[in-house]
Design a protein around this ligand. Sequence first.
Ligand SMILES: [Zn+2]
Length: 288
Amino acid sequence: MLTHLSELIADAKHSGYALGAFNVDNLETTVGVVRAAVQKKSPLIIQISERTIKYGGLKTMTAMIETMVRDEAGNIPIALHLDHGRSFRSIAECIAAGFSSIMVDNSDVPFKENVILTRQSVEYAHKKDVWVQGELGVVKGLEEATPEDREKFMTDPDEAKQFVDETEVDTLAVAVGNVHGIVKLKKGLPQLNLERLEQIHKAIPEVPLVLHGASGLQTDQVKATFEHGIVIVNLNTELKLEYSNSLRDTLIGHPEYFDIRDILTPPTDALQRVVEEKLMLFGSANRI
Ligand SMILES: [Zn+2]
């Protein structure tokens, strides 16, 4: 059941669990995520990025996700969200397409500009009853930042309070040592700064915080963030790795396969299993 993100957040906060926000790129990855939600009786967030919109088309992707959720998910609440919206155009188009939440990512511009640009999107979105996620601090890829840089890019608690007061965002993505992408999986895992996260949470206790770049983080680190305000955990890279590794294995292991359905079913099943594991870890399984 396609549901407004606010309802999912309300239950997650009330019952004390976190929500997974899973990136999908096509029909098969959507099948994997929706079936995991059904299998684990878990609410979750499906999100697409601007690159995926370019890849699959906004209307096509939205219609596909909506139809599948309606057809397969029954009463399991699933919210639709735009990940890393950078242009006002894609933000407005996703709002028109029926998303209940959009991310406005202006984290790469100075604080004041970030406030002004985010505020514009919030005013527009709130008129249409759509939630907005802002980002403060910068979640870099590991290849883009040294450990010292990452310290510098971390979210400042006082700025977080000011940012939320001035922009009125509904959720906030924070940088507390988390990094995007795949490189970290090869170079060793980053440690999260839980002390910094707690300071941010104390400064804005009502605002649900979002952890980006959670792929590959140790499970105890991820779980610990739930004590300090994290309500949404984004997963993208780990899903793509699982999917592409399984696809590669299937093609190498079964050179006789030529039917696309035989080739794509094992990776879809593998992705579903990873999502199910995450839903158990986040505590959102068996909530419906
Ligand atoms: Zn992200």
